[in-house]
Design a protein around this ligand. Sequence first.
Ligand code: GLN
Length: 534
Amino acid sequence: MRYIFITGGVVSSLGKGILAASLGKLLQARGYRVTIQKFDPYLNVDPGTLNPYEHGEVFVTHDGAETDMDLGHYERFLGIQTTRDHNVTTGKIYQTIIERERQGEYLGKTVQVIPHVTDEIKRRFTLLGQKDPYDIIITELGGTVGDIESLPYIEAARQLHYELGPLRVLFVHLTLIVYLEATRELKTKPTQHSVRELQRTGVQPDVLVCRTQQPLPKALRAKIALHTNVPKEAVIQALDVPTIYQVPFQLRKEKLDEVVLRRFRLPYRGEPDLTQWQIFIERLQNPQQSVRIALVGKYVELHDAYKSIHEALIQAGGWHATRVEIEWINSGDLTSENIERRLKGVQGILVAPGFGERGFTGKLLAVEYARVRHVPFLGICLGMQIAVVEFARNVLNWKEAHTTEIDPHTLYPVIDLMEEQRKVTEKGGTMRLGAYPCEIRRGTLAWKIYQKSPIYERHRHRYELNNRYVPALEEAGLIVSGRYKEKDLAEIIELRGHPFFIGVQFHPEFQSRVEAPHPLFEAFIAAALRYHPD
Ligand code: GLN
């Protein structure tokens, strides 16, 4: 088992997640068993309770953990499934230690950052390998080198390197080469400083990956190498590219995978097999057509809040050689006066997941627009719930129909709290989370899309379609086409007589892969391509 640690320097948001996923992909494509985990230095036990503005999307794993959105990149790039053990936070580390302390496991001892916190971090670094026989475990360390809160992680990684030796532990440092527009110069000083900072903690990076706007000349690479003690061939350039899907190819060209394997004394095993990926990227970059999709949500200013949905749309479009033009529509801005103008010309409407009241009316209007005009519609989680409310209000004429999340006293609680949620008071990790089987009714749109039953999709919600109203809804043309048998929960709804109107209580976006787009998103894009707005 080998370990690769990825640290970041100079600034945040350089794309450590994409780097980890791309390196992982290259090694996997050479036949190595690879997985990737993320360690985050904040004190929340998980990001589940964070506002998307703080931290982007919350990614849900198959086993029901609420995790960092970088895990989405790992899954999409490698086609793997991550687990609750793939994302560790400082909150989780301290929680474990404090629980142990209370149980008396450290009896008589002072509990300290070193060795107790670092030991627990090391235990977590190596945990995945104890369950599955990976060849290489990549660990992305969140934060930027020099942050106080990252120190215990770097120290623990240093210790692991000391204990296992350089043939088994390797450090990749992602850094930024600054380009000065005025003098048209590339500047390496911030990189030198960030490597120094790392060295001060006892870690010598083995590989530097340099984000840069302009190609790095050889002389500059030599200069960086000289100042940082990193071999010249391990100073890798990561030039800005138009799409993240090019990054694996770009790093391949720079021989990042070979540098890593050589350093581990592992065989190259021939060229990495990226055939499928290649086909995808060729179609993505040579689109034959384009399609306009409205993404209606309340966090649209921050695209990261809908990362997986965005990627699922791009991936489905890419495979159709279609450029997906996303119109980011803030549901809070939609009114009955402007909706016509705002949605004019879109070929598909996706109403996003969400929580709470803000933006509800705008989403309701968007659903109505899609239903009445036969625009292809995909409602995800809250988007599905609002589709039910809209139908109850405007088709069944139950004007007060609502979800009890917003109006607990509504006369028609068509969306209501799940029975098992009624006694829940704690917020963290208590929703219906993770994958559940869904039985699909034959002869429905859902069946046409999935062509099998049951399917497994991931959840993250507390409310559900109230079964009491299903007979009336079905009578009026809203079909429940997917159900979770065991608890008798409605998972998929669609509309009789509408070319493509589907709402799902789960989050299909978490299972879209670069090499295998999600059938629901594919079908949505295909339907949008068939739709011609007047
Ligand atoms: N707020 C809704 C619920 O809890 C929907 C959640 C979501 O869209 N992820 O049921």
